[in-house]
Design a protein around this ligand. Structure first.
Ligand code: GZL
Length: 356
């Protein structure tokens, strides 16, 4: 928007200069106008940056924190005009939102892609309009027509979950793993990565994944899938992997209602991803055995990308967020993921109080 206002004011200033040159009765007006335009130029020329943000939706605690991070950083007092669209987990709505941003002529577009494919055409439209696109969180896998991506390595999260479960089962003398997976939203890179990572370890260790269905990253979805699993696999499973905390909350409700004991003192190991505040509270209480963090606070890093661009620099194409792996019990100090030693963090009240 900054761009559009500037070019409009510059052309108005040029017209007023032309009028002034003609000596018409508008002599004073154009001068006055020109000065006013200069002032206006100055005020609109360098300050407000307009950002169009097409957010996945409002499906989880994680998403709420992600949205708040962007709204806090890209605020009016920080010099931004944030055009926020909650795309309600609807890919068609998200593509339409991005096209509307192009129509509006925003200065930057931020996208958290609901699904990882179907993006090349609309990103080409953004590129043709000269509007830089920054992708956060989930990835776009069928186009690289964006400036930067800021997010997490979802496959690493899945691998860490598998490596921890291997070490945990050994510590507890559990010889057979019969796991049920409640996946995230179908087609989301977070779902694809976590599923791929965990399955790689499960295949390597010869574990049984009895079933793997989508709970759509919601609490209702987690509860519905877990209720169905209990009917189909009662007494056959000893691990439940939920691909986000809100699904785990729903799965807990379903298991509680069915009398299935889960967590540190239960018959079923319960694992989650995201590590939001409420999720860590359940880790601390022992209801969730382990929670693999996915950091939603990308906005400060996105602002760094924008500032680099504004100063004529070239930002990094990929920026990875820092994340931690949380557990209830202090029996596995670290795990090895992709050949790298990674600490397991026992959840304390201080950690819960500091979480997003
Ligand atoms: C992961 C993010 C996922 C979270 C869910 O980066 O896209 O979507 O794990 C959220 O909580 O709904």
């Amino acid at each position: 928007m900054k761009k559009k206002i500037l070019s409009l004011l510059l052309s108005m200033a040029m017209v007023s200069v032309l009028f002034a040159g003609c000596g018409g009765k508008e002599d004073t007006a154009p001068q006055g106008d020109a000065q006013q335009e200069e002032q206006t130029d100055d005020s609109a020329g360098g300050d407000t940056i307009t950002i169009g943000f097409a957010q996945v939706g409002h499906e989880s605690d994680w998403r709420t924190a992600s949205t708040k991070s962007c709204q806090d950083v890209f605020s009016a007092e920080n010099g931004y005009d944030l055009q926020f669209v909650d795309c309600d987990n609807d890919s068609a709505k998200q593509l339409e939102a991005v096209r509307n941003f192009v129509e509006q002529g925003v200065d930057y577009i931020i996208i958290d892609p609901i699904v990882s494919t179907g993006w090349n055409t609309v990103l080409t439209e953004c590129e043709d309009a000269g509007i830089p696109v920054i992708v956060i969180d989930r990835t776009i896998d069928d186009s690289d027509k964006y400036i930067s991506w800021v997010g997490s390595n979802f496959k690493t999260e899945g691998l860490a979950c598998g490596e921890w479960l291997k070490a945990y089962a050994a510590q507890k003398g559990i010889e057979e793993i019969n796991a049920l997976v409640i996946e995230g939203s179908t087609g989301a890179s977070a779902t694809l990565g976590r599923t791929e990572g965990f399955k790689e370890i499960a295949d390597r260790e010869g574990w049984n994944i009895l079933d793997s269905q989508s709970g759509d990253f919601t609490q209702d979805g987690g509860q519905e899938v877990m209720e169905s699993y209990i009917k189909s696999y009662e007494g056959q499973f000893n691990v439940v992997i939920c691909q986000n905390d809100n699904e785990a909350f729903g799965a807990m409700d379903a298991m509680k209602a069915a009398g299935v004991k889960y967590g540190v003192d239960g018959d079923v190991i319960l694992v989650s991803f995201d590590a939001c505040t409420a999720g860590l509270e359940y880790v601390m209480s022992g209801d969730i055995n382990a929670d693999f963090e996915c950091n939603p606070l990308a906005a400060p890093f996105v602002e760094e990308v924008i500032k680099t661009l504004e100063s004529g620099g070239t930002p990094e194409k990929e920026v990875y967020m820092e994340e931690h792996w949380f557990v209830n019990e202090d029996i596995i100090p670290s795990i090895e993921v992709n050949g790298e030693s990674q600490d397991m963090t026992v959840v304390t009240q201080d950690i819960v109080d500091a979480q997003y």
